[in-house]
Design a protein around this ligand. Sequence first.
Ligand code: PAF
Length: 275
Amino acid sequence: MEIHAPIPALRHALQGRGRIAFVPTMGNLHEGHLTLMRQARQHADTVVASIFVNRLQFGPGEDFDKYPRTFEADCAKLQEAGVDVLFAPSESDLYPEPQNFFVEPPDLQHLLEGAFRPGHFRGVATVVLKLFNCVQPQAALFGKKDYQQLMLIRAMARQLALPMDIVGVDTVRAEDGLALSSRNGYLSPAERQEAPRLIRTLEHLREQLLRQGISAREALEQEAAASLDKHGWKTDYVAVRQQSDLHPPRDMDQKLVIVAAARLGHTRLIDNLEV
Ligand code: PAF
């Protein structure tokens, strides 16, 4: 695997490589990321990954400084997963001057995750567009665990006519159902045991929703949040939304998704379940 930075060196290295599939990451890679890398191979001649912990998408008081940086181990995993090129820019490679131009996403950025992490999706959209400009892929792959992020990136690619496919890949889970996430590493052993309750709660909500219908939606959301809180979680939201725009549904005729975010100790976990 070749490792490149700064941007001109990467561009030079990617000339004449055929179709490129790209997987942007912030490192601390787990099986979820590696699944994206392996699937990327089906979309291209050359698979490019990036590792960059993007300051712009972290709010004040979030975990930018303590976000795990495990570069050597990540490189070994990427190599093993068959990645051809790793783009590993430093902060001054990607942001050589203060970044004053931003991608301003639509109102969707203020819902759900956005309500609890103001500015997060603006930071994500800005760095993703910049990474796309560096790599110029024909396909880019993102995990469905970050459901709202995937929706915003799809909308950005559509509305800005980016010449690439945005591919969403199913969430990879541990045997007990916990969605794999770099932040799972923050969990204590006891919290790790408790953590699968999040997806189990969403599964229970889905079952009840299908049984009781849309009129029970709000009561079921509140019940799910209360049941997490009873077990020591601090729930930010559990919400049944339309897959199309993440707004509350009026009926069961459209495709739905249940999204949730909750804190276990100091760790904030998110997950979702399509209905
Ligand atoms: O999902 C992530 O890891 C990040 O939000 C991304 C897409 C790499 C942008 O920094």
